[in-house]
Write a protein that binds this ligand. Structure first.
Ligand SMILES: C[S@@+](CC[C@H](N)C(=O)[O-])C[C@H]1O[C@@H](n2cnc3c(N)ncnc32)[C@H](O)[C@@H]1O
Length: 164
């Protein structure tokens, strides 16, 4: 598969998954955490589809177009390994949806990220909240949900937090 086809497939999968996840959290109150604002493609899709939700975006660089940036309150700038565990006073509540988009095509990098990121996720999540992630995570007590049709097996993963 060409890199162009692979890129198109990745973005299509993200669109399908985000729309699916937003349906899954219809009855779960709480903000959305976007790990990896990047150029704000997925952030902008979520805020377009869920304008009633607060979305907090995390990144350690600013590369998004200026008109796509969240306001200062909703942009948590810095290394996620350091900010995620301490964002509660700003975020103000546990997340209905966490979208992890800081993975890469490098499995070693993903394994290293998984090791520090996974333990930080459950304390940030609301009961019944949804985690969408490009790499698997060890989330004790979480239910691994099937991905919707159109997503290549093992490309993305969806987990649901215990209802409490
Ligand atoms: C693949 S891009 C995100 C793409 C974005 N979701 C979009 O749709 O445009 C990954 C982003 O995560 C950020 N990132 C990766 N690891 C990070 C970390 N440990 N802490 C903070 N930001 C990180 C990178 O700077 C990059 O902007």
């Amino acid at each position: 598969m060409s890199r162009l086809d692979s890129f198109i497939r990745r973005l299509s999968a993200q669109k399908i998954l985000i729309e699916h996840a937003l349906e899954l959290i219809a009855d779960v109150p709480g903000p959305i955490l976007e790990l990896g604002l990047g150029v704000a493609r997925t952030y902008d899709h979520m805020r377009t589809l869920a304008p009633e939700r607060e979305i907090f975006a995390f990144d350690n660089v600013v590369v998004a177009p200026i008109d796509m940036l969240p306001d200062a309150h909703h942009f948590i700038l810095g290394e996620i390994r350091e900010t995620l565990a301490f964002c509660a006073p700003r975020v103000g509540g546990r997340a209905a949806l966490l979208h992890n988009d800081i993975g890469s095509g490098d499995e070693i990098h993903n394994a290293a990220t998984r090791a520090w990121l996974a333990p930080l996720v459950p304390p940030a999540m609301a009961p019944g909240g949804i985690v969408v992630t490009s790499f698997t995570m060890d989330l004790p007590g979480y239910e691994k949900l099937p991905t919707p049709p159109g997503i290549r097996a093992n490309r993305y993963h969806i987990y649901r937090a215990p209802r409490g």
